[in-house]
Write a protein that binds this ligand. Structure first.
Ligand code: HGY
Ligand code: MN
Ligand code: MN
Length: 418
């Protein structure tokens, strides 16, 4: 008779991997990779697929006011706050098939094991897929989880627009209509879970270099996002002499050079990325009047992030090559340490499979960075090939994934009995 203590052994590895392959088809790119931008048609299809799997297992499916999806398997004591397991189904524009999906389908694998083996559990369990973790279409990321955890107001999230001028509010309305039509129950408000567990690919090289299939994650570094506009003056590229120019690209270049110099003072541990850059009117023979770009700034120390934030604001208040600047922080998310007891439990579950597993701090943010402010939260990592992620070449080994899911299930089994 299978019980919670054998939940790890009850995981059906083949079914889990079939689910991964199935989900990878929704938004698949050729020859490989995935494009499933938050609230686009593929994201909505992936949500409905998840709801159908949960329903087939006897779970009740819910969505909340931010479109987060929950699959609930009732516990013997339905009044107890549920254990939450999950991650996200949305992806970067040209992504791999594992970032986010792994964590949602790991939760589904736990539901499948509970159902297939008739395992009773005191506490309810809910598998969650958070809306817009990536922030690739609507910045900043982790909209669904930050709102659920009370870290961000709905208004600022709903007002975000994508590059085509579509608002998050409009895209969300279409998504909620779709879920309504799919007979998913509306449960608008956030609640306080008993705990939240998230399995994710490491998106770095450490576990693969150690030959370790999984490890516990002790925290996540902080991350600030900025949007910058450099305003110059358009004019003729051939007739306008240098001294009469207010070239927005030259201004942006000078500002970015100064920003990079400020970042360099904090050594190798800072991550500074300009992932989006646009010029207007974007014509070969017209001096650009406007440059807009994004900044993604990360560091494990809140103090270093605060110091750089101050420097960025100071540099953004100056003129550069005669251009004015608007430098706005769209998101400041402090570093988090996960619940030490949960981390210990995950550590113990992992050590059964990988005695020399390390504990890592995550360079990438995850929905867990916000859930950590709402309930005891912790993560597991598994390796990905060459540490590559946010790229179609993102790849994981099935055996590693199965071990990671079993380790997650082991800790989940303990928590479901409490
Ligand atoms: O950007 C991140 O760290 C996450 O992968 N969305
Ligand atoms: Mn992710
Ligand atoms: Mn990601």
């Amino acid at each position: 008779m299978n019980t919670l203590t054998s939940l790890a052994a009850s995981i059906d590895g083949q079914r889990f991997w079939d689910d991964m392959l199935e989900q990878a088809k929704i938004g698949a790119l050729t020859p490989r990779g995935l494009r499933r931008l938050a609230l686009d048609d593929n994201d909505n299809k992936a949500r409905c697929w998840l709801v159908d799997q949960g329903r087939a297992l006897g779970c009740e499916a819910f969505y909340d006011a931010m479109g987060n999806i929950f699959l609930r398997r009732e516990g013997q004591d339905p009044d107890l706050p549920p254990l939450l397991i999950g991650s996200h189904l949305d992806s970067q524009p040209s992504a791999g098939s594992y970032d986010g999906t792994l964590g949602v389908l790991a939760g589904l694998a736990v539901l499948r094991a509970l159902q297939a083996n008739g395992i009773a559990h005191r506490r309810p369990i809910e598998v969650v897929s958070w809306t817009n973790e990536e922030g690739a279409r609507f910045a900043p990321g982790a909209s669904g989880s930050s709102w659920f955890a009370g870290q961000r107001e709905a208004a600022s999230i709903l007002a975000a627009e994508d590059d085509d001028g579509v608002s998050f509010a409009d895209a969300l309305a279409r998504c909620l209509e779709r879920l309504d039509a799919h007979q998913v129950n509306y449960r608008p408000d956030p609640f306080t879970p008993f705990a939240f567990l998230e399995l994710h690919i490491e998106q770095g090289p450490v576990l693969e270099s150690l030959g370790v299939p999984a490890c516990a994650v002790q925290g996540i570094q902080g991350v600030n996002w900025y949007s910058v506009t450099v305003q110059g003056q358009a004019n003729h590229a051939g007739t306008t002499p240098e001294h009469a120019r207010r070239d927005a690209f030259t201004g942006a270049h000078a500002l970015i050079t100064a920003l990079r110099e400020a970042v360099a003072e904090h050594g190798e541990s800072v991550r500074f990325t300009i992932g989006k850059f646009a010029l207007e009117p974007n014509a070969t023979n017209t001096i650009p009047q406007r440059a807009t770009f994004s900044i993604d700034l990360r560091h494990p120390s809140a103090a270093v992030l605060a110091a750089l934030d101050e420097t960025f604001q100071r540099l953004g208040a100056k003129q550069w090559s005669g251009c004015t600047v608007e430098l706005k922080a769209s998101s400041r998310v402090p570093p988090v340490e996960f619940d030490s007891q949960l981390v210990e439990m995950l550590n113990a579950s992992v050590k059964a499979y990988a005695p020399d597993a390390p504990q890592l701090v995550s360079g990438a943010f995850h929905d867990a960075i916000h859930l950590a402010h709402r309930c005891p939260t912790a993560m597991l990592f598994m390796p990905c090939r060459d540490g590559i992620s946010h790229h179609p070449d993102e790849h994981i080994e099935r055996d590693d994934a199965e071990i990671a899911v079993r380790a997650l299930a082991d800790t989940a089994g303990t928590l479901l009995g409490r």
